[in-house]
Design a protein around this ligand. Structure first.
Ligand SMILES: Cc1ncc(COP(=O)(O)O)c(C=O)c1O
Length: 416
C-alpha cells in the first residue's frame, strides 16, 4: 500500500471515529432524556397471583434514589410500619410490623426459622394447596419437626379434623394455615381454626399466611387469636415486588431472641434494628418502599380493606359471569371460593392447548396463569392488583376471540 493511500485511510478512520463518537453522545442523550421522562405505561394486564399490576403513580414514586440513612427514607419506613398495624387494626402496644427484603416465601421462612424453638419446637401445618405444602418443605429444609395435615384442594381445612388432631397431640408449639390458598383461590376459615388452636393449646403460636389476601380480605386478629401474619408488598396492597412483612405479637417476638437459624432471615434482629434506627441491617429495597408508601396512600383513598375488597369482588363477579357465559367451569364450589383468583377447568376440546391459549392472550396483552392443582387440569385468572371491571370485560372478549381463533366453539359445550 502506498504512503498516500495509508494517510487517506487514516484520515477516513479519524472522521469515522469522530462521527461514531457523535452518534454515541446522541445515544447517551436520548437515553438520559428517556430515563427522566414519564415512565412507559404498562400495557400488560396481569391476571395472575403475582407479580401484579401497579398504578402509574406507584411506579412513578420509585423515580428517586435515596440513601438508606436519608431522613426521607427513614420516615417512609416509619410510616409503612405504622400503616400496616393500622390496616391490621391491631394496637401498637401489642403488635409490631417487620419489613423483610425478598419475596413472600422469604417472609414465611423467616417466621419458622426465627420463632420455632430449637428444642421442643413442633409445627402443625394445615394444608390444602401448594403454599401449605411449601411450609412443610421450609420446615423440612430447616430440620424443624412438622406434621402436615392435608385436606382436599377443593375444600376448606376441616374443623372437625383439626380439633381431633389438636385433642390427640397438644405438644405443637406452632400451628400454621394459609388464608387464601392461591393454588385454587379457596378461602380457609382462619378465625375458627384460631379459636380451636387456643382452646386446645393456649401457648401455641398461631401463624397465618395471608400473602395473597391481606388488605382485601378482612382479618380479625383478636377474634382469630392470630400471633403472626405475613404478606408481601406486591399483592393486595399493590406495591411493587421486593419485600414482605410480618405483623407479629410483641410477646411472641420477644421469645425469639437468639433463636434464629439464619442471619439474614432473623426477624428478631431485623425488628430490633428497625426499632432502634428505622434502618435495615442489610441493603433495603429503597425504591420498592417508596412505591409501597404511595401504594398505601392509594389504598386508603380507595377506602382501605373495604374499598379494595369491593373492587376485587366486582372484578371477580364480572369474570365469573362472563366465563360461565362462555361455557367455562370453575374448579371450586361457590361456598368455598374467594375473589382473589379463580381456577377454571381446561375446555374439554381436542384443539385446546394451555400454552397456545396463554400465548395468544399474552399477544393481546392479557397475562393469565397456569394451574398448580394436584388432581385437576386448570388455569387461573387473578382479579387483584391494578385491575378494574373494564379490564376483566376486555379479557373476556379476548378469551372469546382466542378460542374462536383456535377453532374452539364458544360457548363451550363442556359438562360441569
Ligand atoms: C398464599 C401464598 N403464600 C406464599 C406465597 C409465596 O410468595 P412469593 O412467590 O412472593 O415467594 C404466595 C405467592 O403467591 C402465596 O400466594
Amino acid at each position: 500500500m502506498s504512503v498516500r493511500l495509508c494517510v487517506k485511510l487514516a484520515r477516513c478512520s479519524v472522521t469515522l471515529l469522530r462521527s461514531q463518537s457523535c452518534i454515541n453522545k446522541e445515544i447517551v442523550q436520548i437515553y438520559r432524556s428517556l430515563s427522566t421522562s414519564q415512565p412507559h405505561t404498562a400495557e400488560k394486564k396481569l391476571f395472575t397471583p403475582g407479580p401484579l399490576g401497579t398504578s402509574l403513580t406507584v411506579r412513578q414514586a420509585m423515580l428517586q434514589d435515596l440513601g438508606s440513612r436519608d431522613i426521607k427514607f427513614i420516615n417512609v419506613v416509619k410510616k409503612i410500619r405504622a400503616d400496616l398495624l393500622s390496616i391490621a387494626e391491631v394496637a401498637p402496644a401489642d403488635f409490631t410490623s417487620i419489613l423483610l427484603q425478598g419475596s413472600g416465601t422469604f417472609a414465611v421462612e423467616s417466621i419458622f426459622q426465627t420463632s420455632v424453638p430449637r428444642t421442643g419446637g413442633k409445627v402443625l401445618i394445615l394444608e390444602n394447596g401448594v403454599y401449605g405444602r411449601r411450609m412443610k418443605t421450609i420446615c423440612d429444609t430447616l430440620a424443624i419437626p412438622a406434621h402436615m395435615e392435608s385436606f382436599a384442594e377443593d375444600s376448606r381445612v376441616d374443623l372437625g379434623r383439626v380439633e381431633s388432631v389438636l385433642k390427640a397431640d397438644n405438644s405443637f408449639t406452632h400451628v400454621a394455615v394459609v388464608q387464601c390458598e392461591t393454588t385454587s383461590g379457596l378461602f380457609n376459615d382462619v378465625e375458627s381454626v384460631g379459636k380451636l388452636v387456643k382452646k386446645y393449646i393456649p401457648d401455641c403460636t398461631y401463624f397465618v399466611d395471608a400473602m395473597s389476601s391481606f388488605g382485601a380480605v378482612p382479618v380479625d386478629f383478636s377474634a382469630s387469636n392470630i400471633d403472626v401474619l405475613v404478606s408481601s408488598a406486591n399483592k393486595c396492597l399493590q406495591g411493587v415486588p421486593g419485600f414482605g412483612f410480618a405483623i407479629i405479637r410483641k410477646d411472641t417476638l420477644s421469645r425469639c431472641k437468639g433463636n434464629s437459624r439464619s442471619l439474614s432471615l432473623d426477624l428478631y434482629d431485623q425488628c430490633d434494628a428497625l426499632d432502634k434506627t428505622s434502618q435495615f441491617r442489610f441493603t433495603p429495597a429503597t425504591h420498592a418502599m417508596l412505591a409501597f408508601s404511595q401504594a398505601l396512600d392509594e389504598f386508603r383513598q380507595e377506602g382501605g380493606v373495604h374499598g379494595r375488597r369491593q373492587r376485587y369482588m366486582e372484578n371477580c363477579r364480572v369474570l365469573n359471569e362472563g366465563m360461565t357465559r362462555l361455557g367455562f367451569h370453575s374448579y371450586l364450589k361457590e361456598d368455598v371460593a374467594g375473589y382473589i383468583i379463580t381456577s377454571y377447568f381446561y375446555p374439554q376440546h381436542p384443539k385446546f392447548s394451555f400454552a397456545e391459549f396463554y400465548n395468544r392472550l399474552n399477544e393481546k396483552d392479557d397475562v393469565i396463569y397456569p394451574g398448580k392443582l394436584l388432581k385437576a387440569d386448570c388455569f387461573r385468572i387473578g382479579t387483584i392488583g391494578h385491575l378494574f371491571p373494564e379490564d376483566v370485560e376486555q379479557l373476556l372478549r379476548n378469551i372469546e376471540s382466542v378460542c374462536r381463533d383456535m377453532g374452539i366453539q364458544i360457548p363451550l359445550e363442556d359438562k360441569a
